[in-house]
Design a protein around this ligand. Sequence first.
Ligand code: ADP
Ligand code: MG
Length: 256
Amino acid sequence: MTEVPVTKDAVSTTDKLVVLDNVNKHFGALHVLQDIDLTIARGEVVVVIGPSGSGKSTLCRTINRLETIDSGSISIDGKPLPAEGRELARLRADVGMVFQSFNLFSHKTVLENVMLGQLKVRKADKKAALDKARALLDRVGVANQADKYPAQLSGGQQQRVAIARALAMDPKVMLFDEPTSALDPEMINEVLEVMQQLARDGMTMVVVTHEMGFARSAANRVVFMADGRIVEEAQPDQFFSNPRSDRAKDFLSKIL
Ligand code: ADP
Ligand code: MG
């Protein structure tokens, strides 16, 4: 039997949604992911932090196979990531991804951006896709921007549309790669609040971020990476108040 977590401390670790087992990846001579073992339970929120170049983005990108891996395995909800084809497209749709640079289709309206994947990948009918897109835009607080083009929106609004677009695919897990790093400071909170709400609603999330306030309040676990390795994993309070590794201590002394 699977348990739905009621608080951030009550996640059932027996219900494994994303499993990386001894994953290795190279870019030429660079060993960018080294023996990565990472299991993410359904409903869990994992924040990944670490110095620039430590492999955080590559880790995210391997989880929906935007990058291949050299060895090891990755499975989502018990199914290994397929190499290619229709199966891969379906599985990839289970993994929502939000990037630093919004990546909306500039020649489509906000509403069309949120409908597109539903129509093309999920084969939803138009009315259902439209209703869902409107509901999601409402949920992220940009319902009144539906007929505009991305360039007419602020960065914070665009990022919230990007979140709505990812949610429209009914993903099992959402990956966020520095979703607020490209935003003006006054827009960071409106995006973090949407993510907080998503976490409270029970979404499984992997979040690469330097927003330590978010990590403290929303994360079940902090994963600290350096030089392609997971150096340390801990609950946020423990990690921030009492990091064990010298690498983490050094990193935290620079950002806090
Ligand atoms: P982070 O997100 O933690 O800053 P990345 O995963 O983006 O780190 O990058 C890790 C390392 O891999 C960096 O040294 C980066 O330059 C390198 N790298 C990332 N993508 C590529 C690529 N497509 N080809 C070659 N090297 C890459
Ligand atoms: Mg990165």
